[in-house]
Design a protein around this ligand. Structure first.
Ligand SMILES: *Cc1c(COP(=O)(O)O)cnc(C)c1O
Length: 398
């Protein structure tokens, strides 16, 4: 997710438009704690795999309810290391939704395996399990459910499908940190759960960072080995002896120190996102806009608030004129990207997500969004829809 829409003016900028995401309020409020944490990092100067990485791994494992959490350099690497540790190799096929960020499929390609793109569920954004099932072949080894925008994939159907066809499950939880499915944290349900702590995600570092969650001990050990050049010393062997070829992909100690300050706030931040989503829902009901699903017991954490049903490009231009940040996640599904042209997909092959790509528009959402900012955004959108009067009535009624 690009930060290009981040407004760079000061704290009083709310009246001058609304950025798509504003990372500053969170850092104003946590600044003194973060500085104390960073001073401790400099005091020990243990910059790689120091005490904060280990402590954050323990804290995240407890938060997620998993046996193991392994800090890595990015969400992309979390996916790649998961697939490698699961033994995905050339000739294997991996089911991947087409309507996602390119990183979801990249790791599959880096293993020399083939991504098999799956359409979205009509009426939603996430992968259609029935379409996934149709695309299973004798070569299919794994499936990567993506909890897009922060909304839980219905994991019951997906895990049943995986079990029936003996597929490994690698959850892409990059946009859904803290979200739950039937009381369990996302990322704890698959063979691995892959997190990104990119600055615009719900749990965000101040740079690139990621994590793999896993319950299986052997799998966790392989991921630990792979993130440090597969150095045998990681598993108690001799240093500079390498049983296989690995990566250099460790979670940075400075980022871990910052993430430890933030993790205790994640649930409250996600609740704030949910309440903003409810405020939008209240304003937009009966307007003809198609709104994101409601959050049931934490099933949606609104990393992004994505609407459709209006003339997207005209609405976007209207909002831009009023200084309101928006973005399109994503304008072209993966099966039609140049990067994957070698797979031979054609327009029309995955019609649901091709239509979504033409319609989706994400509007501002982040924990520190104020009621005034929500009123600015909803006012501008209702004005565009010719429904400005509704807003005024509701404002005076409240
Ligand atoms: C952000 C993101 C990733 C990649 O995470 P990075 O930390 O940027 O490498 C993967 N999948 C999805 C769905 C994402 O949104």
């Amino acid at each position: 997710m690009s930060q290009s829409n981040t407004n760079s003016s000061g704290p009083a900028a709310a009246s001058a438009g609304v950025p798509l995401v504003d990372l500053r309020p969170q850092h104003w409020s946590l600044q003194s704690k973060i500085i104390v944490a960073l001073r401790e990092v400099f005091a020990t100067s243990a910059f790689v795999l120091g005490p904060n990485v280990g402590a954050f791994e323990t804290e995240m494992a407890a938060f997620l309810g998993v046996n193991h959490a392994i800090g890595v350099a990015s969400g992309t690497d979390a996916l790649t290391l998961s697939l490698m540790a699961l033994g995905i190799s050339p000739g294997d096929e991996v089911l991947v939704p087409s309507f996602t960020y390119t990183a979801t499929a990249a790791g599959v390609c880096h293993m020399g395996a083939t991504p098999v793109f799956v359409d979205s569920l009509p009426g939603g954004f996430n992968m259609d399990p029935a379409d996934a099932e149709r695309r299973i072949t004798p070569r299919t080894r794994a499936i990567i459910p993506v909890h897009l925008y922060g909304e839980a994939v219905p994991m019951g159907d997906l895990l049943a499908l995986a079990k029936a066809h003996n597929l490994r499950v690698v959850e892409d939880v990059a946009q859904a940190a803290g979200a739950k499915w039937q009381g369990k944290r996302l990322g704890s349900l698959g063979d691995t759960g892959c997190f990104s702590f990119y600055p615009t995600k719900n749990l965000a570092a101040c740079g690139d960072a990621g994590m793999v969650a896993a319950n299986d001990e052997g799998l966790a050990r392989r991921i630990r080995l792979l993130r440090t050049q597969a150095d045998a010393s990681v598993l108690g062997g001799k240093k500079y002896y390498h049983p296989t070829v690995g990566f250099n992909s460790r979670l940075d100690e400075i980022q871990a120190a910052i993430l430890r300050v933030k993790l205790p706030h994640l649930d409250a931040w996600n609740r704030a996102r949910c309440s903003h989503a409810e405020a939008y829902r209240e304003q937009f009901k009966d307007t003809g806009l198609v709104l994101p699903a409601a959050s049931r017991d934490g099933s949606h954490v609104y990393c992004l608030y994505t609407i459709r049903g209006a003339d997207r490009d005209a609405l976007r231009a209207h909002l831009r004129r009023q200084g309101i940040g928006t973005d399109t996640y994503y304008p072209l599904p993966l099966h039609l990207q140049e990067a994957y042209a070698y797979l031979g997909y054609k327009p029309g092959d995955l019609p649901v997500c091709e239509q979504l790509a033409k319609e989706v528009l994400s509007i501002p959402i982040y924990p520190d969004l104020t009621p005034e900012q929500i009123a600015v955004v909803t006012g501008a959108i209702l004005e565009f829809l010719g429904e400005r009067d509704r807003l005024v009535i509701q404002e005076t009624a409240s």
